[in-house]
Design a protein. Sequence first.
Length: 277
Amino acid sequence: MTEQSTVTLRTATPATLPDAQTVTEVEHYTDSLFRFRVTRPPSLRFRSGEFVMIGLMSDPDPVTGKQKPLLRAYSIASPAWDETLQFYSIKVTDGPLTSKLQHIQPGDQVILRPKPVGTLVHDALTPAKRIWFFSTGTGVAPFASLLREPETYERFEQVILTHSCRDVAELKFGQELIEATKDDMLVGEEAQSKLIYYPTTTRETSTKMGRITTLLEDGSLFTDLGIADFNAENDRAMVCGSMGLNKDMKRILESYSLREGANSDPGDYVIEKAFVG
C-alpha cells in the first residue's frame, strides 16, 4: 500500500494528442487505486452519471513504428456543472491502459473522446421517495457525479450510497466524497439532511463487514438504516460494480418487484454494464 499523495498542476500545457486534455491533478490512494483530474473540453455537455472513453497512445509497433489509441470507458466522477473532469481508476500492472495511466503526472496529456453515454442517469428512472446508489470498488465513480448533482436532491427525499471494498483504505475516496458533498456550496445543505453513507469491507475488519448483496438479502442493511418499507413504490436504485454484483443485484431488486429502466423507457432501477466484460 502506498502513502496517499496529491499532485496539482497550476498551468496547463498545450494539447498535442488527438482529443487531448491536460492532466491537472493526480492523487494515489493505494497500490491499486488513484484518481485524476483533466481539463474539460469547452464543447463537452453530459448528464451526471455518464461515462466517456479515456486513453493514451500505445507504445510504437516494433515493426511499423505506428501507435494506436488505448481506450477504456471511465465514468465521469464529477458533476455536469464542474469546470474540470475527475476520474477514479484502478491500477493493473499488466493492464494495456492502466499500466501506463497510473504513471500520469500533472501536465501530461490523455485522450478524452467527448461522446458521453450511460444508463446511470436520472432520465432512466421514474420518481420515488428514495434513491439507492449501490457500488463496489471504483464503481462509486458515477455516484461521485450524481451526489453533487442538484437534481438528485430535487427528485428524492433520501439519498443512500453503499460502497463495498475489500479493505478500509479502499473506502477513502468514498469517505472524502461524502465529506465534500456535505460541504458543497450547491448541494451541501440538502445533503446534510438527505444523504446517508453505508460503507462496508469484505476482507479487512471494519465497523461494518459483508458483501452488500448479503446484507440486503439477510435484511441487515434495512435494519441498520431503520428502513422497513423497501419496495417498488418508494425506492429507486442505480448499480455499478462487477458482473457478479450486477447479476445478484438484478435478481434481488426484481424480487422486490422493481423493474429495470433505460434512457428510452424509465423504470425503477438501472445497472451500468459498460465496465464489465
